[in-house]
Design a protein. Sequence first.
Length: 319
Amino acid sequence: MSFESKLPAILRVTPAIISQSGASARFAWEEFFFARIRNEHTRRAYFRAVSNFPSWCEQQGLALARIAPAHVGRYLEQCQVSIASKKQVLAGLRHFFDCQVTRHAIALNPALSVRTERYSVVEGKTPEITVRQARHLLKSIDSSEILGLRDKCIIAILVYTAARIGAVAKLEIDDLYDTGDQYCLHFIDKGGKSREIPVRHDLQLLLFEYRKQMGLRNEIEKGKALFPTSVRRTKAFSNRSMTSNDIGRMVKRRMATAGLPSRLSPHSFRVATITDLLEQGVPLEEVQNLAGHADPRTTRLYDRRQRKVTRNIVERISI
């Protein structure tokens, strides 16, 4: 499947408002969507943020050069989405118009001075899986068969490294290696960041057993996916690496089998791990480094300690 075939229909054809604005506008449109954005998740987010704007402008009879801040503001007002989503739309439009300005298709960025409603997040929305639930989930997986062992390894990595599923999906055989005094996993994380995280002893034994059962050897299997997909319901494995979506569906299936709440997700493990370490008094900077966050404020969004205090206070109401 080609890259273009995965795009929304509106992006496969240059909108009329862009085509009618000249070669520079068309060049900037293609550059913005096909060249400037390399991260797949960022590209998808900007596609959603910007793709409907040209159609709205055409309905208003606007030419690209006549779009003003007021038009961008009215567009945001009619978007039936949350405040956080509006902020993402505005960020996408600012980047889009920046590209148009750089290529001299327009003189000024009309989205630059536009503001949205104030929105402050003190705690993320990702639900936390408790320590008891995480332990129950790991114990519920039958690791006597290779498929169960694979799934248990993946979930254990999510728990004991706080890695994102996208980074776990990219793991190859030789990404588990001996540094001389310990074993480490090498992740290619969000934004292309290269990260090395030590492997705790129980996870190391689990990965060794999985590698033994799979007959994998670093020096021979270099470049091969650590976690391949299974061929439908058989126990045979394909040559294709599990994607983020594959891992997400697997975790959801395992959680359902273990009787855990359906609202939990693979990202819930990051919340649990970060909260658990902070509860033990591990410095925020060290937890931030493990989570791979550039800003400590992002790490604090995963901290659920305050929520637990709030529940305790509520339970003490004597009415």
